[in-house]
Design a protein around this ligand. Structure first.
Ligand SMILES: Cc1cc2nc3c(=O)[nH]c(=O)nc-3n(C[C@H](O)[C@H](O)[C@H](O)COP(=O)(O)OP(=O)(O)OC[C@H]3O[C@@H](n4cnc5c(N)ncnc54)[C@H](O)[C@@H]3O)c2cc1C
Length: 313
C-alpha cells in the first residue's frame, strides 16, 4: 500500500506502456503522483511472441520488457497502487477517483491509460469455464495444456501468434475463424503452415463451450455446410480482439462508435479540463507499444502544464 496524501497533482490510471511512460515523464517534473493499476505491463505482460518492433530492442519478450518497466519505475521511486478504478467524478477543480477496494483519492489532474481488454465470445459455457479451460492469455496459461488438444478462436494476428506459442506445448490446435478467410498477416500464416499440428477452420461460428469440471468440447456452426460440428478439446483460447476499458470514465469523455476516447492530438486532453488519456483506450487506427508510450509522454507533459496553471487556484 502506497502512503496516501491529501491531494495528488496527478493520478495515472493503468500501468501498461502508456501509463509507465506517463509516470516516468511526470516523475521528471517532480509531480506528487499516484499510479493506480490492476497490474504492471497491461497487454505487454500477456504477449506470447517476442516484440520485434520497439526501438532499441531487436527482440524482447513481453515479460522481459515488463521487468524493465518495473526497474525503471523503482529507479524513479514510483510505486503502483494495485487496485481497480471504478469511477471518476469532477468535484469543482479536483477529481475524485474511486476504487474497487473502497478508497477515494483526490487529484488536480488525471491521465487515463486503461488500455483494452479481451473481447468475450458471449456464448454459453464461456463464463462458466473461464479459468477451467477457457483462457484469454496463452502466455499465462499455455504451459497448463501440455500435450492437450485445444481450440484458438480468432484467425487474426493475435490468434495466429497464440497458436504458434501454444504449439510448443499442446498436441493439436484448431484455429477457428468466423470469416471465410483468416486475417493474420502473410508472415504469421506462413509460420503456422509449417506446423503440422495446427489446423485452420474458417467460416466457423462458435456456438457453445461444454464440459463437466473443465472444458471438454467446443461446438461451432460450419457456415458453408450449415451444420453443427463438435470438436473434443481440453481448452479454448479466445483471441477475437480487444475492447477499450473505459467504463469508469464514460461520463467525463466523448467516445466514438467503438467506445474509444476522443482526444485533442496536440495535448491528449479530453473534453474535461485536467483529464487526459493515452494509449489503446484512445481513438487510433494503430495500437502499438511505441504509440502508447509516445501518447503517455505527451499526456504527462500536458498534465504538468495544466497543474502549473491550476494548482493554487
Ligand atoms: C497478443 C498481443 C500482441 C501484441 N504485439 C505487439 C507488438 O509486437 N508490438 C507492439 O508494439 N504492440 C503489440 N501489441 C499492442 C500493445 O501491447 C498495446 O498497443 C499496448 O500494450 C497498449 O498500451 P496501453 O498502456 O495503452 O494499454 P494496456 O497495455 O492495455 O494497459 C492498460 C493498463 O491499464 C490497467 N487498467 C485497465 N482498467 C483499469 C481500471 N479500471 N483500474 C485500474 N487499472 C486499469 C491494466 O491493468 C493495464 O495495466 C500487442 C497486443 C497484444 C494483445
Amino acid at each position: 500500500m502506497v502512503d496516501k496524501i491529501n491531494i495528488y497533482d496527478l493520478i495515472i490510471i493503468g500501468a501498461g506502456p502508456a501509463g509507465v511512460s506517463a509516470a516516468i515523464y511526470a516523475a521528471r517534473q517532480r509531480l506528487e503522483m499516484l499510479i493506480i493499476s490492476k497490474d504492471l505491463g497491461g497487454q505487454v505482460a500477456k504477449k506470447a511472441v517476442d516484440i520485434e518492433n520497439y526501438p532499441g530492442f531487436s527482440k524482447i519478450s513481453g515479460p522481459d520488457l515488463v521487468n524493465l518497466y518495473d526497474k525503471q519505475l523503482k529507479a524513479n521511486n514510483l510505486k503502483i497502487e494495485h487496485d481497480e478504478v471504478i469511477g471518476i467524478e469532477k468535484d469543482g477543480s479536483k477529481f475524485l477517483i474511486k476504487t474497487k477496494s473502497g478508497e477515494v483519492y483526490e487529484s488536480i489532474s488525471v491521465i487515463v491509460t486503461s488500455g483494452a481488454e479481451s473481447k468475450k465470445l458471449s456464448v454459453p459455457g464461456e463464463e462458466e469455464f473461464a479459468g477451467k479451460g477457457v483462457s484469454y492469455c496463452s502466455l499465462c496459461d499455455g504451459p497448463l495444456f501440455s500435450n492437450k488438444i485445444i481450440a484458438v478462436v480468432g484467425g487474426g494476428n493475435n490468434g495466429f501468434e497464440s497458436a504458434l506459442f501454444l504449439s510448443n506445448y499442446v498436441k493439436k490446435i484448431y484455429i477457428l475463424e468466423y470469416s471465410l478467410q483468416v486475417k493474420a498477416d502473410r508472415e504469421n500464416q506462413d509460420l503456422v503452415l509449417k506446423h503440422k499440428n495446427i489446423e485452420i477452420i474458417t467460416n466457423a461460428k462458435v456456438l457453445k463451450i461444454d464440459g463437466e469440471n473443465f472444458v471438454n468440447s467446443i461446438t461451432y456452426e460450419d457456415l458453408t455446410k450449415n451444420k453443427e460440428v463438435t470438436l473434443k478439446v481440453d481448452g479454448v483460447f479466445v483471441e477475437i480482439g480487444y475492447v477499450p476499458s473505459i467504463y469508469f470514465v464514460k461520463d467525463l469523455v466523448d467516445l466514438d462508435e467503438k467506445d474509444e476516447i476522443i482526444f485533442d492530438p496536440k495535448t491528449l486532453s479530453t473534453k474535461t479540463p485536467g483529464l487526459f488519456s493515452a494509449g489503446d483506450c484512445n481513438v487510433s487506427r494503430y495500437k502499438q507499444i511505441v504509440m502508447a508510450s509516445g501518447q503517455g509522454a505527451i499526456a504527462a507533459l500536458s498534465a504538468y502544464e495544466y497543474i502549473k496553471k491550476n494548482k493554487h487556484e
